[in-house]
Design a protein. Structure first.
Length: 428
């Protein structure tokens, strides 16, 4: 059922609640990760067989150069051009977004600032599941490449056949993956986090995944860095009636078709009549979709909600409380409305900016926080694959000027060795 409620309806809070860590996924992740830490490749093969249905020896985990060449030959030219177009746009955005080194002068002639260095070896997870997400290959690996990472490991499930979709392989290779493994799920996270004879340990794991992948990423934090915890896809659309309701309905459905059944689509509009029109259009378009059954699961679980707000300002607050992964502003003066956004993974402003443009080609990564985490996490950026280093280069004058402050803190904290390390330079 698609409900229509007011901005103050208590059911809105229930819609906003979406736990990031289901207990069942946490328990399974703990079991699998413990086994991989103990038995390495043998455990990885065991769980690939159990969860993915493929009986693979460790020697077959890694996709060979020959398989990559064969995959590329299978990809139609039009698809190769599409992947290349997306890669080019994402790389351009990524390079432009990189933080630059900087420095400032200290009062007595020294300097301080920041500089950055790429990580040496990172891992990215690319979901397979109900759809081979070739776009995620571009939206993760390209960023690591732009950051200057030399070794980029990619893991993706291959299913019962052990074969990876050729478009996905082509996208991974083009984006810059240096190692590709046909391993998915918790077992992929464990293999990258702990390392095995087949796959050396990485420094960071990035990329989206289902509840089990999310739980595994959370549990390996500390062994490796992670980008964020991300769950089922979600979208919020704010509209004042100035954009065709057919477009609004299509955008709401775009995130409901991913396949888990736990996706959420929130529409906030400014009149009951508009809400009714959007609901009718969503139901009508659902019948035309190839993944209709998956969308209907979302609808049956109350995963699509329409809220009537008194005005755009109230509607914006409704969306900020929801803290969506994707936020479309389908209103007049969308860029002006955007200034009020506080919690959203990515914002799409104006009638000609459907969320799907961001998913595939616009430039920013589509790896974004979900489950309300957009109120505290950011989407994936190239800087997530770099290390930040601060530096200080004092002169004698700088140290002399700050010596009383250093000695004061050393005294109050009982750390006389700290104070002495500074004062000894002046014969104290």
């Amino acid at each position: 059922m698609i409900r229509i409620v007011s901005a103050g309806d208590r059911r809105l809070e229930a819609f906003n609640a979406r736990p990031a860590f289901p207990e069942a996924a946490e328990a399974v992740a703990a079991e699998v990760l413990a086994a991989i830490r103990k038995a390495g490749d043998r455990a990885v093969a065991k769980y690939v067989a159990r969860f993915e249905g493929a009986k693979l020896s460790p020697q077959r985990f890694r996709v060979s150069d020959g398989e990559l060449a064969a995959a590329e030959a299978k990809v139609p030219a039009a698809l190769r051009r599409a992947v290349a177009d997306a890669h080019r746009r994402v790389m351009r955005f990524s390079k432009a977004s990189l933080r630059q080194a900087w420095k400032m002068s200290t009062p007595r002639g020294g300097s301080a600032g920041e500089f950055f260095s790429p990580m040496d070896r990172v891992g990215v997870y690319v979901p397979g599941g109900t759809a081979p997400l070739a776009s995620t290959s571009v939206m993760t690996v390209t960023l690591a490449k732009a950051a200057g990472v030399k070794e980029i490991v990619a893991c993706t499930p291959a299913g019962k056949t052990g074969e990876v979709n050729p478009v996905l392989l082509y996208a991974l290779k083009l984006a810059g993956a240096t190692e590709i493994y046909r391993v998915g799920g918790i077992q992929a996270v464990g293999m990258m986090a702990f390392g095995t004879k087949t796959c050396r340990k990485v420094q960071k794991i990035a990329g989206p995944g289902n509840a089990f992948v999310t739980a595994a990423k959370r549990q390996v934090y500390g062994y490796v860095a992670i980008d964020q915890v991300a769950g089922p896809s979600e979208i919020a659309v704010l509209t004042d009636g100035s954009v065709d309701v057919r477009w609004i309905a299509a955008d709401l459905l775009s995130q409901a078709e991913h396949g888990s059944g736990l996706e959420k689509s929130l529409c906030v509009c400014t009149s009951r009549e508009l809400a009714e029109a959007i609901r009718r259009e969503v139901l009508a378009q659902t019948k035309t979709l190839s993944r209709r059954a998956l969308v209907e699961r979302v609808i049956d679980r109350d995963g699509i909600l329409i809220v009537v707000a008194k005005d755009i300002a109230e509607g914006l607050e409704v969306v900020n409380r929801f803290a969506p992964e994707h936020f479309e502003i389908m209103t007049k003066n969308a860029l002006s409305v955007m200034r009020g956004v506080r919690s959203a993974g990515a914002v799409f402003a104006g009638a000609w900016t459907p969320e799907s443009a961001g998913d595939f080609v616009a430039g920013p990564s589509h790896v974004l926080p979900t489950g309300g985490a957009a109120n505290m996490f950011n989407g994936l950026t190239p800087d997530d694959f770099r290390r930040r280093h601060s530096f200080v280069a004092f002169t004698e004058g700088d140290l002399r000027e700050t010596l009383p402050t250093i000695e004061a803190f050393a005294s109050v904290e009982g750390l006389d060795g700290h104070g002495h390390a500074a004062s000894i330079r002046f014969g104290k």
